[in-house]
Structures are given as structure tokens and as C-alpha cells.
Design a protein around this ligand. Structure first.
Ligand SMILES: *Cc1c(COP(=O)(O)O)cnc(C)c1O
Length: 359
């Protein structure tokens, strides 16, 4: 079977070039006679992978020197608990802007660890917009402000940075590396790997160094960012294979020109897909135009009785994983970095033809 165009929301498509390197590497990696999965994380070969991975990420994202790059397990979901545990004491307050299901989950994790203030919440319109910043009810003395940079399910993305001096903690799981950002404007950035970084199993956390000291005592060793910072993220055995693939993905991104280049492609991909949706009465996207996601594009068919047929025929055409999340319905095209522009072009052509024959 040839490679399909994979619109999976996550775990998601990886660059073919990276998959080919992995295939080549598996039996005998770098002349060791072993695969990368079969050697110590403390071997000089693996330490070189970890070091290059961090250096390349720092280059790609222009990470300032006063930030630590950490690799953890437990996904973005564990960081939803680690953020309040490390940044707030039980009596401290944290502000959350809830613009989708992931932000809601992050807020509910924070509520268990500290005082939660939901500064804004767009659930009244099924998470199809970001409340205007002037309406946010922020608290005095909040330890941090949490946002979800891109809500993967509803397809809502921040295209602005909230104001203020309180550290911003951002869940960037589904938008990291999709365009250049200014890391220095954030306190903490976290992202599960399985969208734009690599395979599931490893999680990236970028923390400003003055925020590394935990705000409470007696945290388990693995729940403290500081432990990872002090051990080069080798606090215990890390997910070496996922880390190795992340390193290959970063090398690939640098080879193709870095985030400026990928951002241009991502912008084109998203703009043409939105244009196709908005230009038809057959498809629609419910998200307010100024906060539409460039990575996850939900769209609804005017007649939902055609959903099953649409999915069946896309699959036959080599376009996979387009079923929307049950909370939104319809379809969702996740068009992460590794989804080529041809995939989007092919989807748009398919959509026009489907509309012509069924509309
Ligand atoms: C996928 C995703 C998560 C969940 O990540 P895990 O690594 O499965 O914990 C959290 N937040 C956002 C924005 C996501 O896209």
C-alpha cells in the first residue's frame, strides 16, 4: 500500500524522510551493531543525540539562554498537573483562559492543586472563539496565566499574546514548531510530542530558569521540573526512541529551512483549505475567523447524513483520519508540519468533487 495522506490529530504524520532514516538505522545504528532502543541512555552515543536535539531545538525556536529545555514523560496531560505543582502553593491562585477541551482539562487539574480562577471561558459557544482580552477576569497576585495556544479539537488558535507581567504558561502541544514564536514572552511552554515533534511518549517543557524552583515542598522527584533541569532530563530512564526521533525531526526542520519556511507553508495550507470551506455552502467551519487554527481545521457537511459516505470515499482516495471529534461532529483535517501541501491540495480537490456529486 502506498503512503496515504494522513490528517490524524495525534499521534500524527511524521516526515517520510525521517521514517526512512529510522528504517535504515534500526539494525545497526551509527556502527554500534545495535539499534538506538538497545543501548544505555547514558552511553556517549545517546548523550550526543540528547545534546544535539536540545541544541537544534534551541536554534529552531531561538530559545533564550535563561530558559531550560526539559524532556519528560506523562504527556502534556501530566504537565497540566506539574504546572500548578511547581508554580503555585496550595493557597496561591492561578488564572486560566479556557478556550477548549484541553484548557478545560488543564483548569480542572489546577483546581486540585491550588486556587483556580477561570479568567475567561468560551464554552458558551462550544469553544468557537476566544473571549476578548478586555473581558477577562484576572486575579490580583496570580502566580501565572495558563492558555492553550491551539485547541486541537475545536480548531481555535491564539494569534495574540496576553498582556501583563504574570508568567504565561502555554500548552503548545498542537502548534509548537508550526511558526516562529518569541519564547522570551512565556514563562513555561509545554507540548506532547505526538503532533509536531515526534512519536508519543516524550514531552517537551521549556521553563524560564527563575521558575524552576518548586513553589511547594516534598514533591515527588519526577514531578519537579528542577530534577529534569539538574539531570539533563535523565532523571530516570527516558523514552530514548521517541527522543531519538525528535532529534531527527529537528534536523529535518533545519534542513528544510527552519520555522520561517515551515510557517509559510503552513499558512498557505490553512488559507487554501479555509477558502475552500468558506467558498461553499456545502461545507462550513464554525470558528470565528480571527482565531482559526492553522493546524486543526474542523468542517461540517451541510447534511450530516453524508458524513459516513464522505469518510468512506476519502479513505478510498488515500485521505485518512478525517473524522471530526465527537464534540464538534463532521470532519477535522489536522495539517501539521509533516502533512505535505499536496495532501491539502488533494483534499480540496476531493471536497469539490464530492460536493459536485452530492450537493
Ligand atoms: C494532544 C493534546 C494534549 C494531550 O497530550 P498528551 O500528550 O496525550 O497528554 C494536550 N493538549 C493539547 C493542546 C493537545 O493537542
Amino acid at each position: 500500500m502506498p503512503r496515504v495522506y494522513n490528517f490524524s490529530a495525534g499521534p500524527a504524520a511524521l516526515p517520510l524522510e525521517v521514517l526512512e532514516i529510522i528504517c535504515d538505522d534500526i539494525p545497526d545504528w551509527q556502527g554500534t551493531g545495535m539499534s538506538v532502543m538497545e543501548i544505555s541512555h547514558r552511553s556517549k552515543e545517546f548523550i550526543a543525540v540528547a545534546a544535539r536535539c536540545e541544541a537544534n531545538l534551541r536554534q529552531l525556536m531561538s530559545v533564550p539562554d535563561d530558559y531550560s529545555v526539559l524532556w519528560t514523560q506523562g504527556g502534556a496531560t501530566l504537565q497540566m498537573a506539574m504546572a500548578p505543582l511547581n508554580l503555585a502553593g496550595p493557597d496561591d491562585t492561578a488564572d486560566y483562559v479556557v478556550t477548549g477541551s484541553w484548557g478545560k482539562k488543564a483548569a480542572s487539574e489546577a483546581a486540585k492543586q491550588c486556587k483556580l480562577n477561570v479568567a475567561a471561558d468560551s464554552s458558551d459557544k462550544n469553544f468557537t472563539y476566544i473571549p476578548h482580552e478586555s473581558t477577562w477576569q484576572r486575579s490580583d497576585g496570580a502566580k501565572y496565566l495558563h492558555i492553550t495556544s491551539n485547541e486541537t479539537i475545536a480548531g481555535v488558535e491564539f494569534h495574540f499574546l496576553p498582556q501583563g507581567d504574570v508568567p504565561i504558561v502555554a500548552d503548545m502541544s498542537s502548534s509548537i514548531l508550526s511558526r516562529p514564536i518569541n519564547v522570551g514572552e512565556y514563562g513555561v511552554i509545554y507540548a506532547g510530542a505526538q503532533k509536531n515533534i515526534g512519536p508519543a511518549g516524550i514531552t517537551l517543557v521549556i521553563v524560564r530558569n527563575d521558575l524552576l524552583e518548586p513553589a511547594r515542598e516534598k514533591l515527588p522527584h519526577l514531578m519537579m521540573w528542577k530534577s529534569y533541569a539538574e539531570s539533563d532530563s535523565m532523571t530516570n530512564t527516558p523514552p530514548t526512541f521517541a527522543w531519538y526521533v525528535a532529534d531527527l525531526v529537528f534536523q529535518h526542520l533545519l534542513r528544510i529551512g527552519g520555522l520561517d519556511v515551515i510557517a509559510e507553508v503552513n499558512k498557505r495550507k490553512a488559507e487554501k483549505l479555509y477558502a475552500a470551506i468558506d467558498g461553499s455552502d456545502f461545507y462550513s467551519n464554525p470558528v470565528q475567523v480571527d482565531c482559526r487554527s492553522r493546524m486543526n481545521i474542523p468542517f461540517i457537511l451541510a447534511d450530516d447524513r453524508l458524513d459516513a459516505k464522505f469518510l468512506e470515499e476519502t479513505l478510498a482516495a488515500g485521505l485518512t483520519n478525517l473524522k471530526g471529534h465527537r464534540s464538534v461532529g463532521g470532519m477535522r483535517a489536522s495539517i501539521y508540519n509533516a502533512v505535505p501541501e499536496e495532501a491539502v491540495d488533494t483534499l480540496i480537490e476531493f471536497m469539490a468533487e464530492f460536493e459536485r456529486t452530492n450537493g
